[in-house]
Design a protein around this ligand. Sequence first.
Ligand SMILES: Cc1ncc(CN)c(N)n1
Length: 231
Amino acid sequence: MEGSNEEEGKKSEVSVIETWLRKHRSLYVGATRHPFIRSIRDGTVDLSSFKRWLEQDYIFVRAFVPFVAGVLLKAWKESFESTDIDVILSGVASLNDEIAWFKKEASKWGVSLINIVPQKANQEYCRFLERLMSSDVEYTVAITAFWAIESVYQDSFAHCLEDDSKTPEELKETCQRWGNDGFRQYCRALQSIAERQLEKAPDDVREKAEAAFLDVLEHEVEFWNMSHGDT
Ligand SMILES: Cc1ncc(CN)c(N)n1
């Protein structure tokens, strides 16, 4: 293997996540460039769709907290890297802010967050989170799903803040919530953890993680679809 990258100690292989992003490009784009996101970005968003999304996402985020706590527990049991705990804990803290933000934003739009009925797509997404909390789901699978869930929002809302976007002024704060640089760094930290776990995982666990990644993308598409009133 004279002169090979291996011999020179260079890592020439594309990472697991990069491979998936290439392989499942159209589904990833479907989740991060959904018509709802495009409508925010081009300023044509229907405000009743936005309010429907706000109500449903509040319910989702409340269910997301125990899921992230479950990832934290798996990290504590299965990971030897104490920094994983710090990153995941910062995610719990940011969810605390996220819930407070939803309450403030809902009152700004005259939306009540009491007695909201979760729509079918939301219920199914929350059930998926619950399944991932089971003790027989590996940390690698759960952290991969966690990274994917946060990254879809990061990528989607950052798209609405690009220079040529026409996002309405009153929706910019929403886009900033997930599109800001700090959230991007946090998603990158989650990606590094997931990547490290995936690199050392046996094939069957890696396959389960890929399936969870695809499930997340499909649930996110269905979630955005709800904003149109499709359940
Ligand atoms: C459906 C969904 N996906 C992701 C996020 C970002 N925490 C969210 N708030 N809602």
